[in-house]
Design a protein around this ligand. Structure first.
Ligand code: G4P
Length: 539
């Protein structure tokens, strides 16, 4: 594999952008890989900084001051770095305790994703969920099989699992040379290189040897017989048993290149960065209302909000809206139209996010993410344009997997509670459903820990104590029909099951998966959707 194309210098600014995310199950090594990618891209100078980021709040730029004054924490939502003339925008997908819709939505703002798999564990539940979101949007996936310096599954078994469990073609891009206690390094059979350590087995990567195939003494000289035989067999079976790399198939999301590596010991990092530079797509065209497709080469600026982060200081209502630019050249101070509100906003203090610091963004291009401080006007799904009446589409709301009825301790605080829940819904932390019968709202989340966060934030920021009660439902679907009358009739007959979401779209609450199928079959004219576009149009 070559390094970044020699012509990168001559590319247009947007063509140099690679906006991507890392998806994984907790503990697979996302943080470690993120850190090593930032190191590889020269964005940080020492390991340990990503993990320690919370403690390092230094006033490094104008923005850092704003962040401190307003108490907004944006931590590492976006990390930008440059390497060989390519600009990498790595968007963080919170995947642990704070796993929420936010995680899913971030994936609407990327053009590619790295899927990290633990070599011992294979595909795990959260990886699969996130992968499905990528597939919905045909996002190309690069697979990184991590922790090969530990005992793991056999490489062929892992490749087969990815292929079968995710119904993807796979192309091995490298092979581990031994694993676990006999880990010697990584063989790049495409670029004819052997990555290894002078420290011997299990050491950190410090040597790259050019080799001429598997017979090269530089490669096999030091290996035990069993490891050499296994490597030979892998390369041979791998070459015959899996697809050859095909760029189009990768870009369409049908094929994933698989790199074996160890984030902890630096194996596979440069290969992945080179691959992203060479093959991952520049900013994609963005579907929009009115049959429009916004292309990055268009002259006028458009962008959409995919995430809103609230102030950590309850005394302020300031927020940061994360805007992914889709077209045009953005300049600081521009007046853009906030399409949903029909009002102009002047973006005077837009922010760029680097690994260690924030900077006021003077100019930004498609693929870039800018942070726009605001007082709560901007919400997830909103479009900003240079005057065009257009809404970016394709940002889904997801059916929640956990539903609870809200119980208010002090009934005098209904107003505060509702405002709080609406605010948190705008951030994408919860979904709210207002039942047709009864007054207590129901909240929906995709991760159970989000419920604790809701209780805590309502108490801290809205001085309102709430609790949750179980409901007999365990999932919700948005109800739609081509025939408005049929839909209204259905909703009226089933009032006990119906609620309105925060945009007053009807949802049907189901007790279980069986009921989803049953009610669906009984009502063929009604569509029960697991996702809903969050486009704020007048209707
Ligand atoms: P996450 O963000 O996906 O949750 O994973 P994270 O990077 O925090 O890694 C989880 C654990 O796996 C960490 O160990 C980390 O050091 C380890 N790890 C990550 N990549 C590799 C690898 O390539 N090889 C090996 N052997 N271990 C790896 P920990 O003990 O939980 O944390 P720490 O004490 O090392 O910080």
């Amino acid at each position: 594999m070559s390094v970044a194309p020699a012509g990168a210098k001559n590319l247009l600014p947007y063509e140099k952008r690679r906006t991507f995310a890392i998806i994984s199950h907790p503990d697979a090594g996302k943080t470690t890989l993120t850190e090593k990618l930032l190191l590889g891209g020269g964005a940080i100078r020492a390991a340990g900084q990503v993990r320690a980021r919370g403690e390092r709040r230094r006033a490094r730029s104008d923005w850092m001051k704003i962040e401190q004054e307003r108490g907004i924490s944006v931590s590492s939502s976006v990390m930008t770095f440059e390497r060989n003339d390519i600009i990498f925008n790595l968007l963080d997908t919170p995947g642990h305790e704070d796993f929420s819709e936010d995680t899913y939505r971030t994936l609407t703002a990327v053009d590619a994703a790295i899927m990290v798999i633990d070599a011992a564990k294979g595909i795990e539940s959260q990886t699969r969920k996130l992968f499905e979101v990528c597939r919905l949007r045909d996002i190309p996936i690069i697979t990184f099989v991590n922790k090969i310096d530990r005992e793991g599954r056999h490489p062929l078994e892992i490749l087969d699992e990815i292929q079968e469990a995710l119904a993807l073609d796979v192309t091995p891009m490298s092979w581990p040379v031994g694993m676990g206690s006999d880990f010697f390094g990584v063989y790049d059979h495409i670029g004819n290189r052997y990555f290894t350590s002078t420290e011997g087995r299990g050491g950190p990567l410090d040597t790259i040897k050019p080799v001429e195939g598997l017979e090269d003494p530089e490669l096999i000289g030091e290996l035990f017989d069993n490891i050499r035989d296994d490597l030979e067999e892998n390369v041979e079976l791998g070459g015959a048993g899996y697809s050859e790399f095909d760029k189009d198939s990768f870009l369409e999301g049908h094929l994933t290149p698989v790199f074996f590596g160890s984030a902890l010991r630096d194996y596979g990092i440069d290969q992945v960065l080179d691959f992203i530079a060479d093959y991952a797509p520049p900013p994609h065209a963005q579907p929009a209302t009115g049959g429009r497709t916004i292309t990055p080469e268009e002259g006028k600026v458009t962008g959409f909000v995919f995430k809103v982060q609230a102030n950590m200081d309850p005394k302020h209502r300031d927020r940061i809206a994360f805007v992914r630019l889709c077209s045009g050249t953005f300049k600081r101070g521009m007046k853009l139209k906030h399409v949903r509100a029909g009002k102009p906003i002047t973006v005077s203090a837009p922010i760029f996010f680097f690994a260690e610091e924030r900077e006021i963004a003077e100019t930004a291009f498609p693929g870039d993410v800018i942070g726009v401080p605001n007082h709560g006007q901007l919400r997830v799904g909103d479009t900003l344009s240079e005057g065009e009446e257009i809404h970016v589409t394709g940002l889904p709301a997801f059916a929640p997997e956990i539903l609870r009825r809200v119980r208010l301790t002090d009934t005098m605080r209904v107003k505060q509670m509702r405002r709080g829940l609406e605010d948190l819904a705008e951030e994408g932390l919860v979904q709210i459903f207002k039942p047709s019968i009864g007054t207590n709202w129901i909240v929906g989340v995709v991760g159970v820990l989000q419920l604790d966060v809701v209780v805590d934030r309502l108490k801290q920021e809205y001085q309102t104590e709430i609790g949750f009660e179980p409901v007999m439902y365990n999932t919700a679907r948005w109800a739609e029909a081509d025939d408005r009358q049929k839909l209204d009739k259905f909703l009226e007959t089933n009032r006990a099951h119906v609620a309105l979401d925060r945009d007053d779209k009807p949802v049907y609450l189901f007790k279980n998966a069986w009921e989803v199928t049953y009610v669906g079959e009984k009502n063929p004219d009604i569509r029960f959707r697991e996702t809903r576009e969050i486009v704020y149009t007048a209707d």
